[in-house]
Design a protein around this ligand. Sequence first.
Ligand code: MMA
Ligand code: CA
Length: 203
Amino acid sequence: MSLTGYLIDCGIPYVEGADINSSDRWDAIGIRRQMHLKCYKEFNLTGSGLFSCPSSGKWIADLRCDSEWKIYEDNIYILQELHLNWQQAKEKCEEYQAYLVEINSKNENIWITEKLVNPFHGKPNRITVFWIGASDIKQEGSFTWSKSKTLLKNTDYTNWNRGEPNDAGRNEDCVLLSLDLKGKWNDFPCKSKLPFVCEKELK
Ligand code: MMA
Ligand code: CA
């Protein structure tokens, strides 16, 4: 039996990198519903951006939003394969109006480790460790996130490797994340040149 007279609703469209809130929409109910989506600022549009909801009830999209930045919850992230010392890495992120990644939850740590960086693990220039945005440069022993200025001791989430931070050789003030240690953190000499991850708020 086929039902006629039904209003088809395709639901809320989703495309990685597209901003549903800045969309122009019209004919917002029923069949032949159409809308235009825009890509977020750091994403490049391919196609017209037109979405239409045909009688199948599934969005047809003429849109792709591509970027090196990847979305996780309300933030975007980029892995920089360039090797820089911690301070240079921090400044490079700031050039993008971003900051060295600040990790506030277990799930964020897992996403960054497994989804963002791990795909680069097998590459010729194999990434095993990268800088994150914490250091105790300003005061020895008080590791602080450079973005929010919060002391790691006062946060709900840290992921230090066993025995860390140990300030080995009394020369380790910057924090890296290790893929070989399954996402655990270690303090390390700030002068070392490592790849790094920048983070930025989506809006
Ligand atoms: C050890 C350990 C770390 C330290 C590095 C420095 C391999 O790990 O002592 O805490 O940062 O050495 O190379
Ligand atoms: Ca250490």
